[in-house]
Design a protein around this ligand. Structure first.
Ligand SMILES: [Zn+2]
Length: 170
């Protein structure tokens, strides 16, 4: 049941997966994901866990191998190529779609951005201390876990970043 190919797309969804799908439709995160996929020119097809897979997204932002909006998982690549890179990627993305449901949809986006900023501050990368990526599984998401930096190092890095922003020529 944990396979991530197209073979199990039509498998009967669990009650939790059906509830997640309904929640993400009503909270508008899945409609937003479908719109993002459409604007990005991605081809859509049904995937496992009740997800919608969208491939061939044409924009460079965001930079992740795949990103999830509601129940829609979007990539500039193909999921076949991504599953060779990280076989559990779709299970990881399905946990993000559950996070959307728990966050009542669109509030997930600023919450995720805050968690990402915290992670950059503490570890120097966007995922290692990001509570949402940790819950979804760093390894399954294809991430390498970086250690937490001493607070003084984090604050120095943040100070340098802010100074550079204020004076871009420095
Ligand atoms: Zn992730």
């Amino acid at each position: 049941m944990e396979r991530s190919g197209s073979a199990d797309c039509r498998a009967v969804l669990t009650r939790a997966q059906r509830a997640r799908r309904l929640a993400n439709r009503l909270n508008l995160s899945t409609p937003l994901g479908l719109a993002v996929a459409r604007v990005g020119g991605a081809r859509r097809r049904p995937g496992p866990y009740g997800l919608v897979l969208a491939e061939g997204y044409r924009f460079r932002f965001p930079v992740a191998g795949a990103f999830t909006v509601g129940d829609v998982v979007i990539t500039a690549h193909t999921f076949e190529a991504l599953s060779r890179w990280s076989p559990d990627l779709l299970a990881h993305e399905e946990r993000h779609s559950r996070q959307y449901a728990v966050a009542l949809g669109l509030p997930y986006l600023p919450l995720y951005t805050l968690a990402m900023g915290w992670s950059v501050l503490r570890t120097g990368d966007r995922s290692s201390a990001n509570v949402f990526e940790r819950h979804a599984g760093l390894l399954a998401g294809g991430y390498v876990e970086r250690p937490v930096r001493p607070l003084a190092v984090s604050l120095r890095a943040a100070g340098g970043f802010l100074r550079a922003r204020r004076n871009p020529l420095a």
